[in-house]
Design a protein around this ligand. Sequence first.
Ligand code: TYC
Length: 103
Amino acid sequence: PDGGDGDTSVATKVKPKTAKPPLYKVMLLNDDYTPMEFVVMVLERFFGIGHSQAVEIMLTVHKKGLAVVGVFSHEIAETKVAQVMDYARRNQHPLQCTMEKEE
Ligand code: TYC
C-alpha cells in the first residue's frame, strides 16, 4: 500500500555526473627512412608492448601510414610523445609520434 496519498515512489539513486577526463590517442606515423627494428624497439621500450605485437603494430603503420599505439591521459600521452620524439631525434631518425583527443 502507498498509504493512500498517491505516493508510489521507489527510491532511486541519482548518481552525480563527474566529468571524465578526456583521453588521447598516441599515434605513430610512417616514413621511408626509420628502420623497422627501431620502430619495434620504440614500441617495446616506451609502450611496454611485447615483441610480436610490436612487430604487428609497426607493420600496420608501414602499410597504412599510421596506427594508434595506445590511449592515455593528456599528461601520459604528452610524455610518451616527447620520449619517442626525443629518442628518434637522438638516433637521427625522422620517426613522428603525435597525439589526438579521443572523441
Ligand atoms: N616505412 C619504414 C621502412 O620501410 C618502417 C617504418 C614503420 C617507419 C613504422 C616508421 O612509424 C613507422 N623502413
